[in-house]
Design a protein around this ligand. Sequence first.
Ligand code: MN
Length: 290
Amino acid sequence: MATKKVEIVVQPRPAHFVGDGFRVHNFIPSGPRLDMKRMDPFIMLDYNSKFNFGPTSTPRGVGVHPHRGFETVTIAYQGKVEHHDSAGGGGVIGEGDVQWMTAASGVLHKEFHETNWAKEGGIFQMVQLWVNLPAKDKMSKPQYQAIANSDMANVDLGENGFIELIAGNYQDQKGPATTFSPVHLMNAKLKSGGKAEFDFPANFNTGALVIEGNIVVNGEEKVPTDNFVLFENQGETFTIEATEDSVILILSGEPINEPIFPHGPFVMNTREEIIQAFDDYNNGKFGYLE
Ligand code: MN
């Protein structure tokens, strides 16, 4: 087993608003060397770093919009999001929870701060990740996985802390999310001085986002809060050591290696399929959502 070295540490880009409820730093696909192809199957990563939203009786968020061709994964660290889609999926994503929505052939959905949470306001911190689908699954039926924090597999690392497994594997444990291509997604919750080792195939596109705290990767590369680490596609193993209590989102996925043709909320393989997506959307084939 060879060491998987750090390719680049990416600082958060200036934040922008998605709707009026998500103040995000985009890492994928606009970060240096973090385009869709490089990070395949992770084609988008928006990170709402800690931001204080004031109390309001009109919840902030993003109104009805379509998606086709991929999955949206929302990971809530602080704050709560209410979600509804035209396939009948919906619910509240609470602190520590994950919502894994397979848009596939197409859904309309909307994402807002949960009403009662919005009334109080407070610190909001969230990740939205888009996971691409293989061509053969892009037009499959939409589905929705609500993954409560208590559903996640916990891998106890003793005094180092623990791994909260969302999808894929860590050691001999398996996360609850079902995926269409091999994806490992987890939160490493390490105590100050705690250490964890990770092991993914060399060809898997692999990165880590520091949600809380400060870490040192492979004993040499310091990565502060809100920074993203991209790993090389050589070597399998890397270590993360927390220099204070830390939370790190780790993602590693096998590249799908098919053409990627994105346009706004649609990510298909060809231009023709994007035109079809607009036609279907305009003809009401994504269903109805108020
Ligand atoms: Mn959306």
